[in-house]
Design a protein around this ligand. Structure first.
Ligand code: ADP
Ligand code: MG
Length: 844
């Protein structure tokens, strides 16, 4: 039975309430609170039971047929919600808005939150990554984009040219998990984001002006950006049903302030995950992440994805690393302090969100405790940013919150003695009451002379006095006992004094819990006022945490401070690939990368497996490390500041589906050529190999010439087309280099050493041999190769594909032809001798 087929006038009032809510939230799975369960109905029930492997049952809703239903216990709901959100669904929580006991008629219910991948905010989030949600406004001639992290309150905004590919690349590259767009947004981009990149795309057209968020965009003058920000805020407000006072002022992201890399390049260089396994392990961030705090780890990812181009700012980071390396005692203190610092950014979010509990407060207190220590280190190492140490907040928390509070904030046992007089009095009363009961029991035994008189408690009668049947006659009127209950072997009584104390005890308990909750909320509101300060402290701490990580990695792995030059010169001595060097079992062979003012292109030849790709990547990684302000894996390094890195590395790419590898290759080449400036770095790894030799070689040469004459950027170009090495004679800014290999008895050893000049052998068959292809096959390949090589001497060029097959079949000699014609058994001895004579004549 489907939702639409139901006659709303025939269902129960509760179901009517549900259907009305559901109709307003069609694309959302509604978790409908009924007592201790969240229940889902109709199509939602079918979807959820299928996705989460829950039993699908039925519920009678006043119709002839039972409607589909499934449910989860409310206290375990988060687990189920997370799973649904991870699968791209949106979940709406519909709560009981009044106490069912107090409700007249049907309990009021309403949506309290809509949870989606961009608005998720619980423990399941990866603390090392931001969880971004974004909005896109399409102006027809451009896009305005706003994105932010609800958990930390950061908000960014920027404009983008009207290019759908770039838009998708930006969204994916920024790691935005959910994008909010309008109904009339491009269907192509919508489906690309949703289907190819598994990004949640939410259609939303309900822009509202929210007074309380005005401060977020008040400094921004571009109306388009403001609109994108307001749009995102409207959506967040619409889904979260609460004010998020921790949201920070929006920052305009100026792409021109960062080293540009598109999503292909970031992926190719394995900055935050590896290409094949998509794992953090063995990526650059894996190597560099020696941060101590979750905030630091998130900022590091940001650093790596956005290298700087401002020399002063980069040098400032180097200076700090240098200081940290000099002052290693201070640095080790700093590391200890940082380990104590909790995720203040997300904590601020939880406080604003109203979901922070007493344990969070305790962690906040422990973080605040080390601030004076951190401040001292920062001053000593002359780190320019100052932090407040917030003693008064520390004192407040220290005076108020128990060391071991429960998770729930509605059970008491949160607030320390001495913090609030009324609470202390209530606690005394509770304790006094319990002491009284114990005393009362003894006194009554003495008074009545009944040894086994007992004071007990139950929910129905409260405190009572219990006397066994045999002793009942000892009770006198003057005691004031009043009989309440008769059991088989005893009688139970109450007395006025006991009742009076009982009220006190029970009231005290209830009041304590209420008061503790109220006090906790007051403290939380107090902390709320500190959020902007805590956010600033978070920024400073995460930055010093990143720099401490750089210092740590640099000293452990022998990195060197780069010298940044304004000249167009690269001079890196003994450069290494920092990740490969950690991962390979053998010794890494360092190589110089030298490109003087007049060298713009290095053409790299060398056998497969020699290390061409690694050499190219290590330059890119070295440049990125230098520009994020980290030391670099070399003995000495002089580098210019690059404005962009373009790469064409690797063969298969799933980015733009439905296009052949070669098409992707050409698109990337075009992207590089049309966007690179003379200050960019371009890496083309075996460009052109996706097509026939002539095509590929022709394109490669034309591209090299184009870069050489027009763009003049620093370029590494590896190739198997040895013919291209002749270009060195015509192109003044191009130099040949090669990776050497050592050949002996048909076996090859890779030295991984870069040398000047070119090499004219590919050693493909040697590599095939190393890969253990069958011997006869290798032999045959060598035969074919020698044919090719002899032909090459005759012709100027070879085209492997066009070579006729029978060229490979050895031509028969005259002798062979003649021999085939005769049959010796039919010949006389004389004929045989004559034939032999003729043959001899023919080969003369
Ligand atoms: P190519 O691109 O020339 O085919 P790669 O750059 O892919 O070769 O390198 C092949 C392998 O050789 C790498 O996986 C790496 O393990 C190793 N290698 C490359 N360069 C070095 C080096 N400088 N020192 C040690 N090993 C290296
Ligand atoms: Mg390669």
């Amino acid at each position: 039975m489907t939702l639409d087929s139901v006659d709303i006038n025939k269902v129960t009032p509760m179901m009517r309430q549900y259907i009305e809510t559901k109709k307003q939230n069609k694309d959302i799975i509604i978790f409908y609170r009924l007592g201790d369960f969240y229940e889902m109905f109709f199509e939602d029930a079918i979807t959820v039971s299928h996705e989460l492997e829950l039993t699908l049952t039925g519920k009678s809703a006043g119709l002839d047929e039972r409607i589909p239903m499934c449910g989860v216990p409310y206290h375990a709901a988060n687990v189920y919600i997370d799973k649904l959100v991870a699968k791209g669904y949106k979940v709406g929580i519909c709560e009981q808005l009044e106490d069912p006991k107090a409700a007249k008629g049907i309990v009021k219910r309403g949506m309290v939150q809509i949870i989606s991948s961009g608005t998720l905010f619980n423990e399941s989030l990866n603390e090392k990554e931001n969880n971004y949600i974004g909005s896109v406004i399409d102006f027809n001639y451009g896009y305005a984009i706003c994105y932010g992290d609800i958990t930390t309150g950061e908000i960014y905004t920027f404009l983008l040219e009207h290019n759908p590919t770039k838009l998708v690349s930006e969204i994916v590259s920024l790691g935005i998990k959910e994008v909010v767009v309008s109904e009339n947004f491009s269907k192509d981009v919508y489906s690309l984001l949703k289907n190819n990149f598994k990004i949640t795309v939410s259609i939303f057209d309900n822009k509202t002006d929210l007074e309380q968020y005005h401060y977020i965009y008040e400094d921004i003058s571009d109306a388009r950006l403001v609109e994108a920000i307001k749009y995102l805020l409207s959506y967040v407000n619409y889904t979260q049903f609460r004010d998020l006072s921790h949201l920070q002022k929006a920052i305009i992201r100026e792409n021109k302030n960062y080293l540009k890399m598109d999503i292909h390049t970031k992926r190719n260089l394995e900055l935050t995950e590896t290409l094949r396994l998509k794992q953090r392990n063995h990526s650059l961030i894996w190597l560099l992440d020696k941060t101590k705090t979750a905030m630091g780890s998130r900022l590091l990812k940001n650093f790596i994805e956005n290298p700087l181009i401002d020399k002063k700012e980069i040098e400032r980071r180097y200076d700090c690393i240098e200081k940290l390396l000099e002052e290693f005692i201070l640095t080790s203190d700093l590391e200890k302090y940082l380990l104590e610092v909790y995720d203040l950014e997300r904590l601020s979010g939880r406080i604003a969100f109203g979901s922070a509990n007493a344990r969070d407060m305790l962690q906040l207190k422990n973080s605040l405790k080390v601030l004076p220590g951190i401040k001292e280190v920062l001053t000593k190492i002359e780190f320019y940013k100052n932090i407040e140490t917030l003693e008064e907040l520390y004192n407040l928390l220290d005076a108020s919150i128990y060391e071991n509070p429960p998770i729930s904030i509605k059970e008491g046992y949160i607030i320390k003695e001495g913090y609030n007089q009324e609470l202390d009095e209530l606690k005394d009363l509770r304790k006094g009451g319990k002491d009284f009961i114990a005393r009362f029991e003894n006194e009554e035994r003495d008074r009545t002379g009944i040894k086994n008189l007992r004071v007990g408690y139950n929910k129905v009668f409260g405190y009572y006095i219990e006397i066994s049947k045999g002793n009942v006659n000892l009770i006198k009127d003057e005691y004031g006992y009043e009989r309440k209950q008769t059991l088989s072997n005893c009688e139970r009584y109450i007395s006025p004094i006991l009742k009076e104390k009982e009220n006190l005890i029970l009231n005290a308990e209830e009041k304590i819990i209420d008061l503790e909750y109220q006090l906790f909320c007051e403290i939380r509101d107090k902390v709320k006022e500190y959020i902007p300060k805590l956010q600033y402290i978070s920024k400073v701490i995460s930055e010093i945490d990143c720099l401490q990580a750089f210092a740590n990695v640099s000293s452990n792995n022998n990195y060197v401070r780069p010298k940044l030059t304004d000249e167009r010169v690269i001079k890196i001595i003994d450069d290494r690939h920092p990740v490969v060097e950690q991962v390979i079992e053998s010794e890494y062979v360092p190589n110089d990368i030298i490109m003087d003012k007049d060298t713009n292109i290095l053409l790299i030849t060398g056998p497969n497996m020699a290390g061409k790709s690694t050499y190219m990547r290590q330059l890119a990684i070295t440049v990125i490390m230098a520009q994020i302000g980290c030391f670099v894996p070399a003995r000495d390094a002089t580098l210019p500041i690059f404005d962009a890195i373009f790469t064409r590395i690797g063969a298969n790419d799933d980015l733009v589906s439905g296009e052949s590898t070669f098409m992707v290759e050409m698109k990337e080449a075009n992207n590089a050529i049309s966007n690179a400036t003379s200050n960019s770095l371009v890496l083309f790894d075996e460009l052109g190999r996706g097509t026939a030799t002539f095509d590929g070689m022709a394109l490669a040469q034309a591209i090299i010439e184009y870069i050489h004459d027009n763009i003049k950027c620093k370029t590494l170009f590896s190739t198997h087309y040895h013919e291209l090495t002749d270009l060195e004679n015509n192109l003044v800014n191009l130099k040949n280099i090669h990776v050497s290999a050592h050949e002996e008895d048909g076996n090859i050893t890779f030295l991984h050493k870069i040398k000047k000049g070119s090499i004219d052998k590919s050693y493909g068959i040697h590599v095939a041999k190393l890969a253990n292809l069958p011997d006869p096959l290798i032999k045959r390949a060598n035969q074919i190769l020698s044919v090719y090589e002899s032909k090459e001497k005759k012709r100027d060029y070879i085209i492997q594909e066009a070579l006729p097959l029978d060229d490979l079949i050895k031509e028969e000699s005259v002798v062979e032809k003649e021999l085939k014609k005769i049959n010796p058994l039919e010949m006389t001895p004389l004929e045989a001798i004559n034939f032999l004579y003729e043959l001899k004549e023919k080969i003369k």
